[in-house]
Design a protein around this ligand. Structure first.
Ligand SMILES: [Zn+2]
Length: 407
């Protein structure tokens, strides 16, 4: 398909553009990977800051919607992954951490909370995540520090056995979902606890359960959706959801949990999920895009303006998606604005007059321009206990002088 036919194709999609997005970025040699548009087509991306239409050839690329991480604890991404399991339930794991790692906790908690949350959000952005559900009692406090959107239209209960949990579930929430860790363990007691908790949901509040490893079939049918964090589950309990649950009618949302219990980045997690449970790339992509978009009710026009462009390594675009690493992410656009740009697309910066890119970093040897509220975040973290996390992700801060100033 040549550029002109792409242009014509794009103009039929004009309904997605608001008056602010008059110009678009056209990508040659691209395959669109979108559960709502099953046949891949060449991509045209609305972009707020372009002063004119622009065509780029970045080599073979895949384009997919901005990903939605449905469960993490941003402030715990600065921690190393702690060993010592398998555990019987999350309370046994928490006791283990507090008993053996007091000194580490002190060092990590000494890093300002805003930096730790920003790091968590940035780690997500490097993998093309544009919307995050942070399991945190005060998501508004984290929102100002993150380039991604924090989904916060839900009621928060930490866990089914937290103080007042059943009373909180008992209170009608209308259409607002209630998000809660459930069945996080492997014992019969945990299963009964989950059963009893969900039986208290007399007003049928829509409950989105996180983990649910020990949940009975009956409990699972009572959920609006189930968040699946396979790497965290396997690390802590040596178990995760069974394929019959993953392939059932229950909407499955993918979550990474935090680095404290789940090492590696999102694409590492997807590959583990695929290897351990046989879930295919298309299902995994759905659990990060169309399913969470519907469940969290973010299926609106801004969501359609979240796109990720990534290097295509294989002819099969889904196989390419599963093979990605952060260095392969070339462009991330959030609500029509650039959040990340690889050096190969640098020419875009000369045309985009309103980009919010403030920092330059190396990811696995590739230079990326990124939107960071604290441009020297990596430098600030490098001297702390979290510096090792940056090394694990092969990240290096680079002088930002090469970035054209946003106007
Ligand atoms: Zn959690």
């Amino acid at each position: 398909m040549n550029i002109q036919s792409t242009l014509n194709n794009y103009k039929t999609r004009h309904e997605y553009m608001t008056t602010e997005q008059q110009c678009a970025l056209y990508l040659n040699n691209s395959r669109r990977l979108d559960p709502s548009a099953p046949s891949p087509t060449q991509a045209a991306l609305p972009l707020c800051g372009l002063s004119e239409d622009l065509a780029l050839d970045l080599g073979p690329v895949i384009v997919f919607p901005g990903l939605i991480n449905s469960h993490t604890h941003l402030e715990f991404d600065a921690y190393p992954t702690i060993d010592g399991g398998p555990f019987r339930d999350y309370r046994a794991w928490a006791r283990h951490v507090h008993h053996h790692y007091g000194e580490l906790i002190e060092k990590i908690e000494a890093i300002p909370l805003a930096y730790r949350r920003q790091w968590g959000a940035f780690k997500n952005l490097l993998c093309g995540v544009t919307q995050i559900v942070d399991h945190c009692a005060t998501p508004d406090a984290a929102a100002e520090h993150t380039p991604a959107t924090l989904i916060d239209d839900f009621r928060f209960i930490h866990a089914e056995d937290s103080k007042w949990a059943r009373l909180k579930l008992f209170c009608p929430s209308g259409d607002r979902p209630v998000v809660v860790h459930i069945g996080e363990g492997v014992t019969p007691e945990k299963e009964h606890q989950t059963d009893r908790f969900l039986a208290a949901n007399i007003f049928r509040n829509p409950v989105i359960g996180v983990h649910g490893i020990a949940a009975s079939d009956l409990s699972l049918t009572r959920l609006r959706a189930l968040v699946w964090c396979p790497v965290s589950n396997l690390h802590l309990y040596n178990q995760t959801l069974k394929p019959e649950i993953l392939n059932s009618d229950i909407p499955i949302l993918f979550g990474t949990d935090s680095n404290l219990s789940a090492a590696g980045h999102l694409f590492d997690h997807l590959r583990t999920a695929h290897a351990k449970t046989g879930q295919g790339g298309a299902n995994l992509l759905k659990s990060l895009t169309s399913t969470p978009s519907a469940v969290w009710r973010v299926n609106n026009i801004p969501a359609l303006q979240d796109y990720v462009v990534a290097r295509q390594h294989y002819t099969d675009p889904v196989k390419s998606f599963l093979a990605l690493n952060p260095e392969d992410i070339l462009i991330v656009i959030k609500a029509g604005k650039l959040l990340l740009l690889d050096e190969c697309a640098f020419s875009l910066l000369k045309t985009d007059t309103r980009h919010p890119l403030t920092a330059a970093i190396q990811v696995g040897g590739r230079l990326k321009y990124v939107a960071l509220k604290t441009p020297d975040l990596l430098t600030c973290l490098m001297d702390t206990e979290a510096g090792q996390r940056l090394k694990e992700m092969k990240l290096h801060a680079v002088s930002p002088e090469s970035i054209p100033e946003a106007r």
